[in-house]
Design a protein around this ligand. Structure first.
Ligand code: SAJ
Length: 442
């Protein structure tokens, strides 16, 4: 199939790079977002999200004249839906609810529904529609196809319909978008072929065809697999803490086994993907998913475990203590605070009466209700009783213990990500507590 014009709905972390990449590969693209602010920002040459290299890519796409930003779709050969699918229950409700067994939260498909509805007036015979948003199994053959068939056209017969998961890693989106293998699942073979032709415009990795529901499951399985594996790493950290060993040493030794690859424990699992997607499977089949459900609970409880470590380091008393929380993003070297366990840790500490100065080197002015961000490291460190390292950001890795010692009265460090060289910090006068390292392992 040939594509002269593509309409991409949703200009977030996936839609914007995708739209821009199609445009820089010579195709006319209409990038659509329902948020007028996002549209205005992009039209004025700005950027509402941070991703390495994205600014240059978007500018090139706009400059080429191939990318046009708009609030409404237009007729096109292909429509790509890349809108968010969050869940309805706020994560905070989930984490603080008494019985974590009382939910699962429900997937919020309202953006997918709106996007599909927005396409209806423009959909023509022979067009291709691809859903990229992470969705519960059978969303493409069910919900998406039902809405699009309001045109009177039949999915698979009159227009092509496919699901293709994006699997790019935030921080490396631009490279992975092009280089990763791409799975395309059509509702018919012809739909799969059309989707393959679409991504062949820029994908250099393999493009693998399957069914729409398999493609949906592939995405959910990948992220669930990672969540479950991080959960076991977090449980190992708790066990190591209890049994007085160093989990980081134990993991590196276990990983010498040719068939073992344990991931890293930490303050919990965040981001808009891995901490969300497993719920889609739990929601779709609660009777079949006790392991997935439990893993979510383990990872969601990890901020509580970190608070326990801090409380213990401060001899059981958090109220009135000043804590410098270093790093708030959901993972290293990104500015994305969505579902960040570090933010949960800060909130939990504050709920126990601690005074927290939070410093996020990649985002100095985030709007986090109730949390005041320190404008710089110095002001976070000043007057603190304890330094709590929550994210393995490169600028935090580079801190020099002797210099930090001169900036703060704190002589206690809790490192939740095993970033800092404990002996060096101890030489500079700090007592270092590391997550997953019990007394005898220190
Ligand atoms: N984390 C750990 N320990 C680890 C690895 C990660 O605690 O060993 C934590 C991170 O700190 C973070 C969370 O898990 O809070 C998720 O981070 P991540 O780097 O594992 O993944 P994401 O959410 O940035 O991106 C994932 C990727 N999926 C997989 O690796 C299977 C990416 O390829 C997907 O495209 C993306 O989700 C998505 O959009 O679904």
């Amino acid at each position: 199939m040939k594509f002269n014009q593509i309409c991409v709905l949703g200009l977030g972390y996936i839609g914007l790079p995708t739209a821009s990449t199609f445009a820089t590969h010579g195709v006319k693209v209409i990038g659509v977002d329902v948020n007028p602010q996002v549209v205005a920002t992009l039209q004025n040459g700005g950027l509402h999200i941070h991703e390495p290299g994205l600014r240059t890519l978007v500018q090139a796409a706009l400059k080429s004249g191939n990318l046009v930003i708009s609030e409404a779709p237009q007729e096109a050969d292909a429509f790509v839906i890349a809108v968010p699918t969050p869940f309805k229950t706020g994560r905070q409700d989930v984490r603080t609810s008494e019985g974590l067994d009382a939910f699962p939260p429900k997937a919020d498909l309202s953006y997918v529904i709106s996007a599909a509805e927005a396409i209806v007036p423009y959909l023509r015979r022979g067009n291709l529609v691809v859903l990229e948003s992470t969705s519960p199994p059978a969303t493409t053959t069910g919900l998406a196809s039902e809405i699009l068939e309001r045109t009177g056209l039949k999915a698979g017969d009159d227009f092509h319909l496919a699901y293709s998961p994006e699997r790019v890693l935030p921080g490396q989106i631009l490279r992975e978008l092009i280089e990763n293998a791409r799975v395309v699942g059509g509702v018919t073979q012809a739909s799969s072929d059309a989707a393959r032709d679409l991504y062949a415009i820029f994908v250099r990795g393999d493009i693998i065809q399957t069914t729409a529901t398999t493609a949906e499951m592939v995405k959910l399985m990948e992220n669930t697999y990672r969540d479950v594996n991080i959960a076991i790493a977090n449980e190992f950290a708790r066990l190591a803490d209890r049994f007085g060993i160093d989990v980081w040493e134990a993991i590196s030794l276990a990983n010498r086994h040719p068939r073992v690859e344990i991931l890293r424990p930490g303050p919990g699992v965040g981001g808009h993907c891995i901490s969300v997607d497993p719920w889609f499977l739990v929601e779709a089949a609660p009777d079949l998913t006790p392991l997935i459900h439990t893993s979510r609970k383990v990872n969601d409880a990890q901020p509580q475990f970190v608070v326990g470590l801090v409380r213990r380091a401060l001899d059981g008393e958090l109220a009135g203590k000043k804590i410098a929380a270093l790093g708030l993003a959901y993972k290293p070297d990104v500015d994305d605070l969505r579902e960040s366990p570090a933010v949960d840790v800060v909130r939990l500490l504050m709920a126990e009466g601690a005074k927290v100065a939070a410093y996020e080197p990649f985002k100095l002015d985030a709007d986090l209700p109730g949390i005041q961000l320190a404008p710089n490291l110095d002001s976070a460190l000043q007057g603190s009783d304890l330094l709590l390292l929550l994210v393995a950001h490169t600028p935090l890795r580079q801190l020099i213990p002797g210099v930090v010692a001169a900036q703060t009265d704190a002589r206690l460090v809790v490192d939740t990500v095993n970033l800092w060289d404990a002996p060096l910090w101890e030489q500079a006068g700090f007592t270092v507590v590391r997550l997953g390292v019990g007394q005898a392992g220190r």
